[in-house]
Design a protein around this ligand. Structure first.
Ligand code: UDP
Ligand code: MG
Length: 324
């Protein structure tokens, strides 16, 4: 018997999480799909967890997972995938910005034999001008890095158990779900959807957290910034060749004393190039350090299914996202 697990990461979503469970549950039940809702509370500071427990008491198909603190959306998605038991798993935001009706379309494609079904934004919803430009720039880099068109990619996806297991078996702690789920390959289809307005609560991303997110994911997917350093080095070398020739000519024609400004400029330029390069290398080293520590991806502090405590029945590795 086929079963669809829907993973819903939730951070401070007390206003939305109950409704999301109700709406998604109703749509799937009406379509006659056997389902499970895996709601991951990413260490919320409001009443989100109470709402999840309440939703579980009404609908036994709700599995609530509670993190010991906020580990971020990627970790929450990963934990949801790890706890999901269905043979097909969907991931969607719990603010209902991803229209739940689209799940039915995705499910039909899965029945037709597709193994990864991507939700693609038909437009990016309401976003400020600067936000749009920055997001565009970020996705340009990511598209090049992953060689997968990421322009309108989203975290709204449905995946066959095979694809989920291949994601779960990846050792890296720093997982960019949106790109990695395409990277694993498999028979892929995409479904367009319109980003809905957020009904209640507010976006959990600040400009700063988005910038950090962008850098982390670029570094997780490509080493091109390291090659920039080589290119910058080459450019510096070519410039110095010109300067060397110029200085020699000056020396032999007897105008050598001038050129103090040139020296200062060259020193400053090369100094900053070296420091920026060290910074880029340092950033990669920091990421390597984080991976090497092998800290758990997340720590689960509570699990309830249908409002009943299930913490004792989950094995230790599942509680921490450390499988390897
Ligand atoms: N989210 C999360 N942990 C976080 C930030 C966000 O689990 O640290 C969840 C959030 O509850 C929502 C989804 O990720 O279900 C998308 O977040 P949001 O709606 O704030 O992002 P936006 O739609 O503005 O991109
Ligand atoms: Mg949202």
């Amino acid at each position: 018997m086929d079963r669809l697990s829907v993973v819903l990461p939730a951070y401070n979503e007390e206003l939305m999480v109950g409704k999301a469970c109700r709406v998604v549950g109703k749509i799937l039940a009406e379509a006659g799909i056997s389902y499970e809702l895996v709601v991951v509370d990413d260490g919320s500071k409001d009443r989100t967890w109470d709402e999840i427990v309440k939703a579980g008491k009404k609908d036994p198909c709700v599995l609530g997972v509670h993190f010991s603190r906020n580990f971020g959306k990627e970790a929450a998605v990963f934990a949801g995938l790890a706890q999901a038991t269905g043979n097909v798993v969907a991931v969607m935001d719990c603010d209902l910005q991803h229209p739940p009706q689209t799940l039915l379309k995705m499910y039909r494609l899965w029945q037709e034999g597709y193994e990864v079904i991507e939700g693609v934004k038909s437009d990016r919803g309401k976003e400020g001008f600067l936000h749009k430009k920055c997001a565009g720039f970020f996705y340009d880099i990511m598209t090049r890095a992953t060689k997968i068109d990421m322009k309108n990619a989203s975290d709204f996806k449905m995946m066959d158990r095979k694809a989920v297991d291949s994601l779960l078996s990846m050792p890296e702690r720093n997982m960019f779900f949106r790109a990695t789920s395409s990277w694993v390959g498999f028979k892929t289809a995409s479904v367009e959807f319109e980003v809905q307005e957020r009904e209640a609560g507010q976006s959990k991303w600040s400009a700063w957290s988005l910038i950090k997110y962008a850098f982390t994911n670029i570094v997780a997917f490509t080493t091109v910034p390291l090659q920039f350093i080589t290119v910058a080095g080459l450019i510096c070398f070519l410039c110095s060749l010109v300067l060397i020739i110029y200085s020699l000519v000056q020396y032999f024609t007897g105008h050598a004393v001038e050129g103090y400004t040139t020296i200062i400029l060259v020193l400053l330029l090369i100094g900053s190039a070296v420091m920026i390069s060290l910074g880029i290398i340092g950033y990669y080293i920091a990421k390597i350090y984080e991976e090497v520590k092998h800290r758990p991806r997340y720590i689960i502090s509570r699990i309830v299914r249908g409002g009943q405590d299930e913490y004792g029945q989950i094995n230790h590795d599942r509680k921490r996202g450390t499988y390897l």
